[in-house]
Design a protein around this ligand. Structure first.
Ligand SMILES: Nc1ncnc2c1ncn2[C@@H]1O[C@H](COP(=O)(O)OP(=O)(O)O)[C@@H](O)[C@H]1O
Ligand SMILES: [Mg+2]
Length: 384
């Protein structure tokens, strides 16, 4: 067998050299496995469990001629010129974006420089409310979690907040410790019964400054009954009107559909927040959602605008999450909030506890994330 690679110029040749054990040959799945004849170059273990060529990415050129003589291959090893190489993970790390620069420029998880969102000052008077619809026709993306926790964080900053449970499943109500089945009056009554006062339906939550319009399964009937109403799309808008002066923010937790209830929420709203789970298919259906938002804008509510896409359940340790987030930023650019909500079991726990994460685990990363989101939302509102 000819000698491969010599001197530092033989770097590529070194990279192209693969040595497989006899056992690897028997098991062709493990094509990356490399056994070194030299004891000085033991094979590395890469993150996915494959054995990796420690030399392939050696940038120093300090090990130039290790594979010069294949006559030295131990019994049961053979040379494989076609084997592919994975880079040495340590070397790959040196190619990753410079951590020092990231700290200096405060690059956020979305890959853009992270602006500073100031802590909002106290308010002396309140209202009229900005209405935010938390909307995505996909279920399980973090609408309810974001409604509760954004609301609680805004309330912590001294804003008066009203949360509207606009999903017949009543998850928002449950998440705030209310049993929807025991309710006599809900947002359904407010929508469907003329002369019903909001005060009769409103509930105080355990969070100071934050109230709730609860809902339960009754609301599912509204979807059908509203069809024959006059101005059926603006029923919620009319119901919220008397409350506008009492609050700074009203956040509507939409149901996972683009039906009449959601159109009502969009018609009432000034802004839409679209939570997107950092999972495969996250962007599926978003085109339909933005189309719906545009239609409502054109026909029913010219004030409506997409405030932001909120990436949720992000796990920076997985390449997958990072890729999905990069795609979302590519698609929506500055509409993506700088704040990204990480995946943590603390959120499901808060649902069981029936309170927001800002009180349940006040010092947790999740609580900090929603506080930052609140500051970002406030900064965007003040910038207008
Ligand atoms: N950042 C997160 N990390 C982990 N779990 C989360 C996170 N956000 C929400 N969840 C959980 O995911 C599930 C769906 O979230 P939810 O807010 O109810 O979504 P939606 O209202 O869009 O259906 C819930 O069990 C919730 O506790
Ligand atoms: Mg929900």
């Amino acid at each position: 067998m000819p000698a491969q690679g010599s001197g530092s110029a033989g770097h590529e040749a070194v990279g192209s050299v693969a040595v497989r054990t006899h056992a690897d040959h028997q098991n062709p799945e493990r094509t990356h496995a490399t056994q070194r004849p030299q004891p000085t170059l033991s094979a590395h273990q890469s993150m996915d469990g494959h054995q990796v060529n420690a030399m392939a990415g050696d940038p120093s050129g300090e090990n130039p001629t290790q594979f010069a003589d294949y006559d030295e291959l131990p019994e049961g090893h053979f040379y494989d010129p076609d084997a592919e190489y994975e880079p040495d993970p340590e070397y790959a790390a040196t190619l990753a974006p410079d951590a020092a620069r990231q700290r200096r420029e405060r690059i956020g998880p979305t890959g853009r420089p992270l602006p500073y969102f100031p802590i909002p000052g106290p308010l002396t008077d309140h209202g009229p409310a900005k209405i935010i619809a938390m909307c995505n026709q996909k279920g399980g993306v973090g609408k309810t979690t974001s409604t509760i926790n954004l609301g609680a964080a805004l309330a912590e900053y001294g804003r008066r907040v009203l949360l509207v449970d606009f999903d017949p499943q009543g998850a928002l109500s449950v998440g705030l410790g209310v049993n929807p089945m025991e309710l006599d009056l809900t947002v359904y009554n407010l929508l469907m019964e003329r002369g019903m006062a909001a005060d009769e339906v409103l509930l105080k939550t355990a969070v100071p400054n934050m109230d709730l319009l609860p809902s339960n399964i009754d609301l599912s009937a509204a979807e059908v009954q509203l069809v024959s109403e006059v101005a059926r799309e603006s029923t919620l808008q009319r119901a919220l009107k008397p409350l506008m002066q009492d609050y700074d923010y009203i956040v509507i937790d939409c149901q996972p559909s683009l039906g009449l209830l959601t159109v009502n929420a969009l018609t009432a709203a000034h802004k839409v927040i679209v939570p997107l789970e950092c999972e495969f298919f996250a962007l599926r259906g978003v085109a339909l959602l933005t189309e719906t938002i545009e239609k409502v804008q054109e026909r029913l509510n010219p004030e409506l605008e997409l405030d932001g896409i909120l990436a949720t359940m992000y796990d920076s340790r997985t390449v997958h999450s990072r890729e999905v987030l990069a795609r979302v930023v590519e698609a929506f650019d500055n509409h993506v909030y700088h704040t990204v909500i990480g995946r943590t079991v603390r959120f499901p726990e808060t649902t069981v506890a029936g309170e927001p994460i800002t009180t349940y685990a006040s010092n947790s990363v999740g609580a900090a994330a929603y506080r930052q989101l609140a500051r970002e939302v406030l900064a965007r509102c003040h910038a207008e």
